[in-house]
Write a protein of this length. Structure first.
Length: 565
C-alpha cells in the first residue's frame, strides 16, 4: 500500500471534451516517480499524524485511473433535514418536525448505507486536469500561451466528515469555460484529505490536531513543487473550496504557517496567491469538547473491537474496519446541525490553528491574499433544528453549541442580538427563521464578511438563486449541462451557471471576476459591495446582507475561551 498523489487524467481536449485515450497520454516525470507520487499511507503509526512527503522513486508508469475516497460518515439528522426542508420550502405542514420526539422518530427505521468499495484509508490522492493546449504550450487558435498557466485548486466540503476530490462533480465544463474567447485557461487540481476521526481526532497529546488541514497543506505544497511539470505556474495558484473547503481555506489563512490564518499569520507566505472560499463554514470546538470526544472514541472502539481500547496507540493498532465503524457511529449521532469532528483550536505554542480564524482575521493576524468570497442567501436553514421553538429551547441550543460561554454572554446572544421578537425587526418572523439567522451569521455569513473586509483586493458575491440554501452553489460551480442537478430538486439555470463559472475562472486567471455580457465585480470596499448571482438582475451590485453589526460579536468571540478545559 502506498500513499499516492496522482493526476488521474491530466490532459484533456482543448475544450474539455472526451478525454484522450490512456495510450496517448504523455507522461510526467515528478522526480520521485513517473506520473505517480508514492509515499507511505496514513495508517498504523501514521494515523492521526501529519502526512509525509514523497520519498524514493517509482519508475512504473501509472495511468492514475483508480479512484479512492476517504472514509465517509453522515450525521443522521441530515435525513430529518431533507424531509423538513422539502415540507418547509413548499408550504406543507411541518408540525411533525417542530416536536423533537416526533422528529427523531423519523430515524427509527434508518439503516446504515452499504460501504462504498472505493473507500480506503490509503486515500491521499490528487487529480490534475490540464487542457491540451496548456500541456503542449500553444493554443488551438495559434496564440502562444503565457509561460506558466494559472492553477485552480479545489478543496471539497462535506462537514469535514464526508466528500472527496470527485464528490462536487466533474470539472470539465468549468475548465472549458476558462478557455472561452481565446483565454489561456486553467489547470484544475482536486485533492483528498482525511475526514471524520481519521482527519480531525484531537483532545489527546498522542495525536496531532487538524491533520486534515495538514493533508491539504501537503497537497498545496505538492502543487508548488510540481505543477510546472504540467505547464502550471506556482506563483499563479488560486485555491477554491465550499463549506468545509471554504472553512479550511480560512484556517490556512489565519494559522501560524503558510496559509491564510495559519499559525496566526506569523509563518511564511501561503502556497497560493488567491482564494475563492465559498460559504466558508467552521463550527467551533473547544478543548474540553475535544477531550470528551476522544474519550467517546475510546469507549466506542472498545465496544466495536470487543476489547479495551485505552489510548491512541491502541487506536492505531485497530483494523481500519473497526475505526471506520466507530467513525460512522459517532458522526451519525451528531447533534442536529453539527458533525462531531472538524478543525479545533489548539492554543499550544506553534499550533497551526492557535485561535478562532475569524478572531485572528479581526485582529489582523493573517496572510493577505487576493480574495473572491461568496455566501448564499439562506446559509443557516440546513443546520437549523426545527424543534427549537421556545425561548428556553433557543437558549439551550446555543449554550450547548458554546459550552465555554458564560450566562451573561448567552443572555446577550439570545435576548439582545437575536431576541424573541418576530415582527421582522431583527430579520425573522418565526422561531425557525430566528435560529436559522443566528446559525447563518456565526457559521458562514460573518466569516465571509470579515474575510472580504480585511483581505485586499477582495471581491464578494451573494448566491441568491432560490431557495439559496447552503451548498446550492456547488451544482452551478460544476455545471456540466445537466439542468436537473440542484440539491433541492429545482432545475439549474444554464445561463446563470455558465456565467457564474466564467466569473470564477476569470478571477483565477486575471484576479478580477469578469463574465462577458454581465457586470464586472466591484471591490467589496467600505460599502460592503457584493455581486448578486440570481435568476433576475444577474450580476447586479448590492450591499452584503451579512455585513451587520452582529458580526462584531461573532468576531470577538466572547462565547469562546481559548485554552479552557
Amino acid at each position: 500500500m502506498h500513499f499516492q498523489l496522482i493526476p488521474s487524467c491530466f490532459a484533456i481536449a482543448s475544450l474539455c471534451g472526451a478525454a484522450i485515450a490512456s495510450s496517448q497520454l504523455p507522461t510526467v516525470d515528478l522526480g520521485y516517480a513517473i506520473y505517480q507520487a508514492t509515499i507511505n499511507p496514513p495508517v498504523g503509526a501514521l494515523r492521526f499524524a501529519p502526512p509525509l512527503p514523497p520519498v524514493g522513486r517509482n519508475a512504473t508508469i501509472n495511468t492514475g485511473q483508480t479512484g479512492v475516497i476517504p472514509a465517509q460518515a453522515n450525521p443522521a439528522w441530515e435525513v430529518i433535514a431533507e424531509l423538513f426542508l422539502d415540507a418547509y420550502l413548499t408550504g406543507q405542514n411541518i408540525s411533525e418536525f417542530t416536536n423533537e420526539t416526533s422528529a427523531l422518530a423519523l430515524l427509527s427505521n434508518l439503516t446504515a448505507p452499504a460501504p462504498d468499495p472505493s473507500v480506503s484509508e490509503d486515500c491521499l490522492f490528487l487529480d490534475v486536469i490540464v487542457p491540451e493546449k496548456i500541456f503542449n504550450g500553444s493554443s488551438s487558435v495559434g496564440k502562444t500561451v503565457k509561460a506558466g498557466a494559472p492553477v485552480l485548486v479545489w478543496i471539497y466540503g462535506g462537514g469535514y466528515t464526508e466528500g472527496s476530490k470527485l464528490s462536487a462533480g466533474d470539472p470539465a465544463s468549468l475548465v472549458a469555460r476558462s478557455q472561452l474567447d481565446g483565454s489561456e485557461g486553467v489547470i484544475f487540481v482536486a485533492m483528498n484529505y482525511r475526514l471524520g476521526l481519521f482527519g480531525w481526532l484531537s483532545g489527546n497529546s498522542e495525536v496531532t490536531d487538524n491533520v486534515g488541514l495538514l493533508d491539504q497543506r501537503l497537497a498545496l505544497e505538492w502543487v508548488q513543487s510540481n505543477i510546472h511539470l504540467f505547464g502550471g505556474d506556482p506563483s499563479r495558484v488560486t485555491v477554491m473550496g465550499e463549506s468545509a473547503g471554504g472553512g479550511s481555506i480560512m484556517h490556512h489563512s489565519t494559522s501560524d504557517s503558510a496559509l491564510v490564518t495559519s499559525y496566526g499569520g506569523k509563518g511564511p507566505a501561503p502556497p497560493f496567491q488567491q482564494a475563492i472560499p465559498q460559504s466558508p463554514a467552521f463550527q467551533i470546538m473547544v478543548p474540553e469538547q475535544s477531550k470528551a470526544i476522544f474519550s467517546q472514541v475510546l469507549g466506542n472502539a472498545s465496544i466495536v473491537a470487543g476489547k479495551t481500547i485505552s489510548c491512541a496507540e491502541d487506536l492505531r493498532a485497530l483494523p481500519f474496519e473497526v475505526l471506520a465503524a466507530v467513525n460512522t457511529l459517532m458522526v451519525g449521532n451528531s447533534m442536529y446541525g453539527t458533525f462531531t469532528f472538524g478543525p479545533v483550536v489548539d492554543p499550544s505554542p506553534n499550533s497551526y490553528v492557535p485561535d478562532l480564524p475569524l478572531r485572528l482575521v479581526a485582529e489582523d493576524k493573517f496572510h493577505n491574499v487576493s480574495l473572491m468570497v461568496g455566501h448564499n442567501s439562506d446559509e443557516g436553514l440546513l443546520f437549523t433544528p426545527p424543534f427549537v421553538q421556545t425561548q428556553a429551547e433557543f437558549v439551550d441550543e446555543f449554550a450547548t453549541l458554546f459550552p465555554t460561554a458564560n450566562a451573561s454572554t448567552i443572555s446577550y446572544l439570545t435576548e439582545t442580538l437575536y431576541p424573541p421578537v418576530y415582527d421582522g425587526t431583527y430579520g425573522y418572523t418565526d422561531a425557525i427563521g430566528r435560529t436559522s439567522l443566528a446559525i447563518s451569521d456565526f457559521l458562514v455569513g460573518c466569516n465571509a464578511h470579515y474575510l472580504a473586509s480585511m483581505l485586499s483586493p477582495s471581491y464578494a458575491y451573494l448566491f441568491a438563486v432560490p431557495p439559496a440554501l447552503h451548498g446550492e452553489d456547488v451544482p452551478y460551480t460544476f455545471f456540466n449541462g445537466d439542468t436537473s442537478t440542484s440539491d433541492d430538486g429545482l432545475p439549474v439555470s444554464s445561463e446563470v451557471a455558465t456565467a457564474f463559472q466564467r466569473y470564477l475562472t476569470t478571477f483565477a486567471m486575471t484576479g478580477t471576476p469578469v463574465s462577458e455580457g454581465f457586470q464586472t465585480f466591484s471591490r467589496y470596499g467600505q460599502n460592503d459591495t457584493v455581486t448578486e448571482i440570481n435568476l433576475v438582475d444577474f450580476g447586479s451590485h448590492i450591499k452584503d446582507p451579512a455585513a451587520r453589526s452582529v458580526c462584531q460579536f461573532w468576531a470577538t468571540a466572547p462565547y469562546y475561551v481559548a485554552g479552557s478545559s
